[in-house]
Design a protein around this ligand. Structure first.
Ligand code: MG
Length: 232
């Protein structure tokens, strides 16, 4: 029987409740920048407008077609344009403020600490592989106390490759001194976290909190982190 030793977690929407902190950060910037005066009806309306732009820009960022600074501003410039607002300074300021608030408003996915404590007690080494921005991810880790639970973090910006590029997984394994048989990847994104793990022969657990339907044949699929206790 294989004895797993290293557990690699994705961060956003796997341990860190990115969707929740993002919504709360939108409430903040909506108030602070008085966006109601610009004709944006509500914080949630603005978030909704932003959402598709952000996803599309993130895909371009993952592909290396745009850089981080462009992404940060463009994901606000475009939704502002949708409301007929052309204001470069506002787009830049919103980009900066949002990034900052979203990292500082602590919101963990339910059962995160419970499961990490459980894994630690069982002597697993716990690591992160994340595509998020370096400075943002470290603020989240410290603010939430996750930094005390994680042995090693592999942030794409530092490694030089982003998931789903296999090289970030190989880099992480080599760095912790593990063979692929000793590792498990856990993440919420099928194409970014789980399929590459499967492709390189790494065990994987797909956290599918929204119960999104798919046709992939996977090792394990869970709807709540707590189910990890039944697997590991
Ligand atoms: Mg994720």
């Amino acid at each position: 029987m294989v004895k797993y030793q290293h557990i690699f977690f994705d961060l956003d929407n796997t341990l860190w409740d990115f969707d929740k902190s993002s919504i709360l950060a939108f409430d903040k910037i909506y108030d602070i920048f008085n966006l109601i005066n610009y004709g944006i009806p509500s914080s949630s309306h603005f978030h909704h407008t932003y959402f598709d732009h952000n996803n599309r820009l993130w895909e371009l960022y993952r592909q290396g077609k745009i850089d981080k600074e462009f992404l940060k501003t463009e994901r606000f410039r475009l939704p502002l344009n949708d409301y007929g607002i052309v204001d470069e300074k506002l787009a830049i300021d919103l980009g900066e403020s949002y990034t900052d608030y979203a990292a500082r408003i602590v919101s963990l996915v339910p059962n995160t600490m419970d499961v990490l404590n459980y894994l630690k007690e069982k002597n697993y080494k716990i690591h992160l592989i994340t595509n998020g921005f370096l400075e943002v991810q470290s603020i989240k880790m410290q603010a939430s106390g996750l930094d005390k639970m994680i042995d090693k973090s592999f942030v794409s910006e530092l490694v030089g490759f982003k998931k789903p590029d296999h090289r970030i997984f190989y880099h992480a394994m080599e760095n912790v001194g593990a063979t692929v048989e000793e590792c498990v990847m856990i993440g919420d994104d099928l194409s970014v976290d789980i399929i590459p793990a499967k492709e390189i022969g790494m065990a994987h657990i797909y956290l599918n909190r929204k119960k999104i339907s798919h046709h992939e044949k996977l090792d394990n699929e869970i709807y709540d982190l707590i189910e990890i206790k039944e697997i590991l």
